[in-house]
Design a binder for this molecule. Structure first.
Ligand SMILES: NC(=O)c1ccc[n+]([C@@H]2O[C@H](COP(=O)([O-])OP(=O)(O)OC[C@H]3O[C@@H](n4cnc5c(N)ncnc54)[C@H](O)[C@@H]3O)[C@@H](O)[C@H]2O)c1
Ligand SMILES: [Zn+2]
Length: 682
């Protein structure tokens, strides 16, 4: 959790209260607050600390001790107050709270329920004879706003219950990530400003009336007023039987646990699942499960005493979009990437974020210079959610889309959402051959311009090593290639065979190794064989190579192994090295592929793929799926075992799915998986 300084004076206290009230006001309306949740929580704790020491100065409008900080109001009185939750920020705070509760009860708690804290808005849904008649927001907990008009767009909230009951369901309404994306697509298409993040979007959507478009939301039930007192886990089952959606339908399903140590374990499990869930959670709720325990513990004015929210670090922060880069992947996919003013999200500094594709930018109505919400959870590559349009100054600039392939300069196929260089895989081949033939690398005259394109298109050359086996006869089959040109080119290639190691290494176009670095590496290792044999730790001993870059180089060299074998067989790169000379520090041209960290979204995951793939993965063979897993940092395996951490289950997934379910392994659909590894799709 972040810390905020405790106000040092009455003026500072007043400022802090004003800031918190303004933020809460914006947060509970559909306007976006510029404070991260953790900043708001820290501010509130600082205000509380001040008020403890100066009780006589507590302002009547202070947000402390109130549901929603007192910021939200409504005019439909609630049958029973809708309370907030107290927070715990560590295992120690959770244990202290549990001990306090047991002291109050005078006996151990009879079981805990552990469930996700869904990041949306609390609502009450009134049913008469099993029919939904009114939907109301929590607001300040005593009275809410009537939002019945929005009810039919809320999936998982039945219009009719399975039984004709008079009852009130309570739960959270949110936008799943997919619903959020869809909402912004609709909004920008209708000339409205995008929602800055899913929570904002849920608040805005529930309030809005008479929209020309329909935004769907999702309900998760976790409470009811009316039925006899039930244990919480029983109540959840009952809600599902009535037809309401509950978190039991998700990988983060609520579970009952006897011991606090097991509670902590489930908290960690749900926290680890966070990045793969298709909706946002901002914590984990721990509740005394037994109806009797809840009744005896009772509630305070702001929160029940029998439940607590274990807060997870905020995954959203606000920062500035500085620039958009366009990178071309190995198969010619042209992907935009956001360059951000560095911001710390969950302990990690984020400077780049994925934008997926050009349509994504249009859908989010992004501009250079915008203040944007950035999302980062787990090891998933950070993404830009949307801009805070209300904070625009007028100085923002439109994002310019490339008119031609940023790597090879050829045309772009824009018929699909994901733009692609018309050359496809050939884009990389052409660009890498041109780069390898450049003056500072192998210096092969006659391979610039259209020759490289011709060679690749004729299927004669796919990579650098192919150059060295080209024959005169093959060259002569090319258009506009006469005897003299063919001889010259063969001679130029022949001369390149004896280029020193540093130049051959540089010609490989390994990311992050331009001329200077290639010279250092060549001087340090002396031969291509020694470079290839080096592990990351050894590479990191070379001046200027950090641990992360070393790992990247090792990974790329492993990918280049077949090319290296063939180069070696052709005696390329066996000459001695040029002396290490102080070289001008020019930017490395690199090969244009995106500079993601070696650790991908699947790092540490053991993944099994089963069933037939659909959506973006439909065309991939099992082998290509496994490659994808590995590209994204995971380990691919063909059978489900205790070590498996993730199962991608397509249609007709049979025994593997059953086994994974038995072992409690996280199961995702091909679509969810595609989203998770989007940045690694070719
Ligand atoms: N960023 C900002 O400027 C800003 C401003 C105001 C509030 N906030 C955020 O909101 C929090 C306080 O808001 P709050 O009082 O509305 O609620 P809360 O998020 O602290 O917790 C209570 C709410 O959790 C929800 N909830 C989700 N899953 C639940 C489950 N399984 N069981 C029971 N309840 C569940 C319910 O809506 C309930 O009302 C702050 O801690 C802060 O993070 C942020
Ligand atoms: Zn191209």
């Amino acid at each position: 959790m972040k810390d905020a300084a405790v106000p040092a004076s009455p003026t500072a206290y007043a400022d802090a209260v004003d800031t918190a009230l303004a933020a809460a006001g914006a947060y509970y309306a559909d306007g976006a607050t510029a404070l991260g949740d953790d900043e708001y929580d820290a501010l509130l704790r600082a205000i509380e600390a001040y008020e403890r020491v100066h009780p006589e100065q507590v302002r009547p409008d202070s947000p402390t001790g109130k549901v929603a900080g007192g910021a939200a109001v409504g005019d439909v009185p609630h049958s029973v107050p809708m309370l907030s939750l107290d927070n715990a920020f560590s295992a120690e705070e959770l244990a202290a709270w549990a001990a306090g509760l047991e002291r109050r009860l005078g006996r151990p708690v009879r079981g805990w329920c552990v469930e996700p804290k869904l990041d949306g808005l609390d609502v009450a849904a009134l049913y008469r004879a099993g029919r939904l008649v009114q939907l109301v927001t929590r607001s300040d907990g005593l009275a809410g706003e009537d939002i019945t008009h929005a009810a039919d767009a809320v999936l998982g909230l039945p219009e009719r219950l399975a039984e004709p009951l008079d009852v009130e369901l309570r739960g959270e309404v949110l936008l799943t990530q997919e619903q959020f994306e869809r909402a912004n697509e609709l909004r920008t298409a209708h000339g409205a400003t995008p929602f800055a993040n899913p929570r904002n979007g849920a608040a805005g959507t529930l309030r809005a009336k008479d929209r020309a478009y329909r935004v769907e939301l999702t309900f998760f039930g976790y409470g009811a007023v009316g039925p006899q007192a039930l244990d919480h886990t029983e109540l959840l089952e009952l809600l599902a039987r009535w037809g309401a959606n509950t978190a039991a339908s998700t990988a983060a399903r609520p579970v009952r646990r006897a011991e606090l140590s097991e509670v902590q374990q489930r908290i960690e499990e749900i926290a680890a699942l966070r990045a793969t869930l298709p909706f946002g959670i901002d914590g984990i709720v721990v509740k005394a499960d037994a109806a009797g325990d809840q009744e005896q513990a009772g509630s305070g004015s702001r929160a029940p005493r029998w439940a607590i929210a274990y807060k997870l670090p905020a995954v959203h922060q606000v920062t500035r979009l500085l620039e958009v880069e366009w990178n071309v992947g190995r198969t010619g996919v042209i992907a935009p990437r956001a360059v951000l003013e560095p911001v710390v999200v969950d302990g990690v500094t984020v400077t780049y974020a994925t934008l997926h594709n050009p349509a994504d930018i249009t859908r989010r109505d992004l501009m250079i210079g915008d203040r944007v919400f950035v999302h980062r959870a787990g090891d998933v590559i950070p993404r830009v959610e949307a801009p805070l349009v209300a904070e625009r100054t007028g100085a923002e600039q439109p994002i310019v889309f490339p008119a031609t392939c940023p790597r090879c300069g050829d045309a772009i196929d824009t018929s699909q959402q994901r733009w692609r260089c018309v050359r496809g895989r050939g884009c990389q081949a052409v660009a890498s051959i041109r780069y390898a033939a450049g003056r500072d690398q192998l210096d092969i005259e006659g391979l610039g311009g259209t020759r490289a394109v011709q060679l690749v298109e004729a299927g004669l050359v796919a990579d650098l090593a192919d150059l060295f086996t080209l024959t005169r006869e093959q060259l002569l089959t090319l258009e506009r290639m006469g005897d003299t040109s063919a001889d010259n080119l063969i001679a130029a290639i022949e001369a390149a065979r004896s280029r020193p190691l540093n130049r051959v290494f540089c010609a490989l176009g390994v990311r992050g190794t331009g001329r200077t670095m290639s010279r250092r590496i060549a001087a340090h290792f002396g031969s291509m064989a020694a470079i290839r044999a080096a592990d990351a730790a050894t590479l990191a001993t070379v001046d200027g190579i950090g641990a992360e870059k070393a790992q990247l180089i090792v990974t790329e060299l492993a990918e280049l192994a077949p090319v290296l074998e063939r180069l070696l067989a052709q005696q390329v790169g066996t000459a001695v090295t040029e002396p290490t000379a102080p070289a001008p520090a020019t930017a490395d041209p690199a090969d244009g592929t995106s500079g993601q960290a070696a650790a991908g979204p699947l790092s540490g995951q053991a993944v099994v793929v089963t069933g037939s793939m659909t959506g973006a993965l439909a065309e991939l063979s099992r082998n290509e799926m496994n490659e994808l897993v590995e590209r994204a940092g995971g380990k691919a395996s063909s059978s489900v075992s205790k070590r498996t951490t993730l199962l991608v289950a397509g249609e007709k997934a049979g025994s593997k799915r059953a086994k994974a379910e038995e072992l409690g392994i996280t199961i995702v659909t091909p679509e969810e998986f595609a989203a998770l590894v989007a940045a690694h799709l070719l």
